[in-house]
Design a protein around this ligand. Structure first.
Ligand SMILES: [Fe+2]
Ligand SMILES: [Fe+2]
Length: 294
């Protein structure tokens, strides 16, 4: 058992039938046993995902805060329920990633340094950006994570490519990203965010978060005590090109003025995850009934 439902599920008329936001707590079966190169046994591809994982805990806190700035402008209890579940889900994601991130130190990476660098990146954004742009950065980041989530849950090959614990971990995070993918977007529009602001915030997010991500990956590759070969780099490039080919249409959809996250209907992918959170039940995982109360 690697996750359990810890709060009440929340749904709304704005979400597709059969989809609800259910905050779940994730526990690794044995986090210390996760292999160094858990992603296709490739160091480059693993460092990229690990760098993303380092940015997630402070990133999720930034997203939560950007939404909280506007919470008191909402009076609809249903929308307030969605915001609460969004905060619960993102907070639990950050905690689980923090647990995993600590283990990367076993492989020669200065995790404390990277975590404090990542925290400083988001603290700077919080200090310098207007609040509406901060919410727009969250909206764009939620689109990126939803596209990544879609790609992972729609990939039958992932079971052969990732360590089983990491596959279950990322699939759990992916499913919850899909469940809450429109919460920040709908709030942004509710509080007067328009197309131009959404685009400015997107450009801001790319400019301010892309470079830190590359910096972390580069430092991790440099510090890796094992040599990274040309074959590793070539394979990573080929895999990334394949992923980009699958994602490009979904990413570009964000540029449409009338775009809404649920234009990309992920209901089937979510239903697939609800019925089979671990493909093939490779870890013998069973879901337990949700506790009553919250
Ligand atoms: Fe998340
Ligand atoms: Fe999210």
């Amino acid at each position: 058992m690697s996750f359990r439902e810890v709060h009440e599920p929340v749904s709304s008329r704005e979400m597709p039938d059969g989809v609800a936001m259910q905050p779940r707590e994730f526990d690794f079966t044995d986090v210390e046993s996760i292999p160094q190169y858990w992603n296709l046994s490739n160091p480059v591809l693993t460092h990229i995902e690990n760098a993303f994982s380092i940015l997630i805990p402070p990133g999720e806190q930034f997203f939560i805060q950007s939404v909280r700035y506007y919470r008191d402008r909402v009076t609809d209890p249903e929308v307030l329920g969605l915001i609460k579940a969004f905060v619960q889900q993102e907070d639990l994601h950050g905690r689980a990633h923090h647990v995993y991130n600590a283990t990367i130190a076993n492989f020669g990476i200065d995790v404390a340094r990277e975590e404090s660098y990542a925290a400083s990146v988001f603290a700077k954004l919080q200090r310098r950006l207007p609040r509406k742009i901060q919410l727009g950065v969250t909206v764009f980041s939620e689109h990126l994570t939803a596209v990544g989530a879609h790609t992972l849950l729609d990939d039958p090959e992932a079971i052969h490519e990732m360590d089983p614990q990491m596959l279950e971990f990322w699939r759990w995070h992916a499913a919850e990203e899909l469940e809450h993918k429109s919460v920040a977007f709908d709030l942004f529009h509710r509080v007067g965010g328009g197309y131009v602001t959404r685009m400015v915030a997107m450009a801001t997010a790319v400019a301010t978060l892309g470079i830190p991500m590359v910096k972390i990956v580069r430092r991790m590759m440099k510090e890796d005590p094992l040599p990274i070969t040309k074959a590793d780099r070539d394979e990573a490039r080929a895999v990334q090109a394949k992923i980009m080919k699958r994602q490009i249409k979904l990413l570009i959809a964000y540029l449409r003025p009338g775009f809404h996250p649920w234009d990309i209907d992920d209901t089937e992918l979510l239903e697939g995850w609800y019925s089979d959170p671990v493909p093939g039940a490779a870890l013998g995982v069973q879901r337990e009934p949700a506790p009553t109360g919250s």
